[in-house]
Design a binder for this molecule. Structure first.
Ligand code: ATP
Ligand code: MG
Length: 273
């Protein structure tokens, strides 16, 4: 059985100023997904308290720890520092996270300088990945510690929900065995990533619940080389495989139309090259 716990961070929750509606939402969500939120711990905004609560949670070897609150720009938001301490990592500015923060302010239309406080939201425990925040500023964070996956989400309920839905739910559902994931990796030669981008956009629009990501890999014998990861999830294993294969096939056709070729294809629906 998949074990999930929540670590809620924030004095406002302890002194009764804010009701922990995030715990309620997460508990209901887990139950709807066929699992159970096994434990909710609430702690104060204190570094040593956050880090020890994280260590205690990890000592129970849960599959997932959902940490909520304290990702913002102010000094009382110290969750990521506490999680870094609790997992024995350094803090590092993450370039992708910084770009997310920068873009958020750029999209606001006003000229907002990237001050120290704003940059802080991109300072993450080493080895973690930022998760896009479609409705706010601070990115969420995903990191692994031992066999556990830790998600850190902002406390603002709309942001917590949006990042959870966008970046955590599927992984949890897959590990619950409620969803199957099929993936393929294509090696593509002879097209630039910039030329491939509209093809990816078109295929993603046609298959909205799939993952398509290109990784430029320099050149091979004078030709531009790209690795393309494709994945699909479904409650039905065969369906996941066939959707991933269809996406890979369409990407291959798009590549050929651009004058390039698929040099190898591994996973869903193919093993060649
Ligand atoms: P921000 O960037 O807004 O500072 P944050 O990640 O730092 O976000 P907090 O500062 O902990 O989050 O909380 C922001 C707001 O969300 C506060 O109004 C707080 O009361 C509310 N909030 C925090 N945690 C919860 C929770 N568990 N349930 C409901 N509301 C919460
Ligand atoms: Mg805050």
């Amino acid at each position: 059985l998949v074990s999930v716990e929540m670590l809620a961070v924030g004095k406002e929750l302890l002194i009764g100023r804010t009701v922990n509606t995030n715990a309620n939402w997460l508990g209901r969500r887990m139950a709807l997904m066929g699992g159970m939120l096994e434990r909710v711990t609430t702690v104060d905004d204190e570094l040593d308290v956050i880090s020890s609560a994280a260590r205690e949670a990890l000592a129970r070897y849960p599959d997932f720890v959902i940490v909520v609150g304290g990702l913002g720009p102010t000094p009382d938001d110290m969750t990521l520092k506490g999680i870094a301490m609790g997992t024995g990592r350094k803090l590092k500015t993450d370039p992708k996270a910084l770009e997310m923060v920068r873009r958020h302010y750029a999209d606001s239309g006003r000229r907002v300088p990237l001050t120290k406080e704003r940059r802080k939201m991109a300072v993450l425990p080493a080895g973690s990945s930022p998760l896009p925040n479609p409705v706010g500023t601070a990115p969420g964070v995903r990191l692994e510690s031992g066999a556990s996956v830790i998600f850190c989400l902002p406390g603002v309920p709309s942001e917590m929900k949006a990042i959870f839905r966008g970046s955590a739910e599927q992984e949890i559902a897959v590990s619950m065995g409620r969803l199957h994931r099929a993936q393929a990796r294509l090696k593509i030669l002879g097209v630039f990533e910039s030329a491939l981008a509209p093809v990816i956009a078109r295929v993603k629009a046609k298959y909205p619940d799939t993952y398509v990501k290109s990784h430029p890999r320099g050149r091979e014998e004078g030709e531009s080389r790209i690795e393309l990861d494709v994945a699909a999830v479904s409650a039905d294993r065969d369906e996941a495989v066939s959707v991933a294969a269809a996406v890979a096939r369409e990407m291959g056709l798009g590549v050929e139309r651009l004058g390039g070729r698929v040099a190898s294809w591994r996973g869903a629906g193919g093993h060649r090259g």
